[in-house]
Design a protein around this ligand. Sequence first.
Ligand SMILES: Nc1ncnc2c1ncn2[C@@H]1O[C@H](COP(=O)(O)OP(=O)(O)OP(=O)(O)O)[C@@H](O)[C@H]1O
Length: 243
Amino acid sequence: MLEIAALSHFYGKHQALADIALGINQGEIVAILGANGAGKSTLLKSIAGLVKPAPGATIRFHGQSIVEPPAHLIVERGIALVPEGRGVFGDLTVAENLQLGAYPARARAGEADRLAMILQLFPRLAERMPQAVRTMSGGEQQMVAIGRALMSNPLLLLLDEPSLGLSPLLSREVFRALTQIRSTGLSVLLVEQNVRASLDIADRVYLIESGRNAGSGPAAAMKNDPEIQRAYLGKARVASTPT
Ligand SMILES: Nc1ncnc2c1ncn2[C@@H]1O[C@H](COP(=O)(O)OP(=O)(O)OP(=O)(O)O)[C@@H](O)[C@H]1O
């Protein structure tokens, strides 16, 4: 459903992405792993139309190019970004934030059903519809942010560090929700510093180093890869020959 080739991006003279290639199929969770500054957020922003790729890039969604359209038209095609730091409106209530998510034309049909699905996904939001979002915990705010993105009726959800700053309990709730979202047929592109949890829920993984593709494969295989374990899961390298 999403195909990316030759994606580069420059911030002034600094090249944040260099020739990235990536694909996502319908109903998949794909995780992007990489060190701080590797270019993961820039990749998500490029897909969402918030930063423009260098000339020559291909980004196709359901066969149509999304390199040119502005961000609000990319939302209309069915791509929703939950940015790092969530981007919720703190002074507005949970209900108002969710309602704002339903602004695209594609979200008008079935809005009530979608809201019901989101409240089933995150029952604690149902209890707090009139509460101002700034008075909620970080995890609850993340649920609002994901719920608001889902209100736009997306086909692909882009998530930037959804578990950042959350307690282990709330992180688990968010990751469980992502697997439920996948079961409805949506695709998820996930950038996460919680590598273990993302390998547990992802179908496939791409590694990015200094803005370049550095490997990819099924999450299950990646979990057992000694290099991944050493670089991302904090496991010491085991000597291959006894001394
Ligand atoms: N607006 C900007 N202007 C200039 N340089 C930027 C800008 N945004 C990001 N960069 C630089 O581009 C590179 C990639 O940044 P990006 O935020 O995409 O990385 P990341 O992998 O998401 O990092 P992190 O895990 O720390 O969030 C970094 O070197 C960063 O300093």
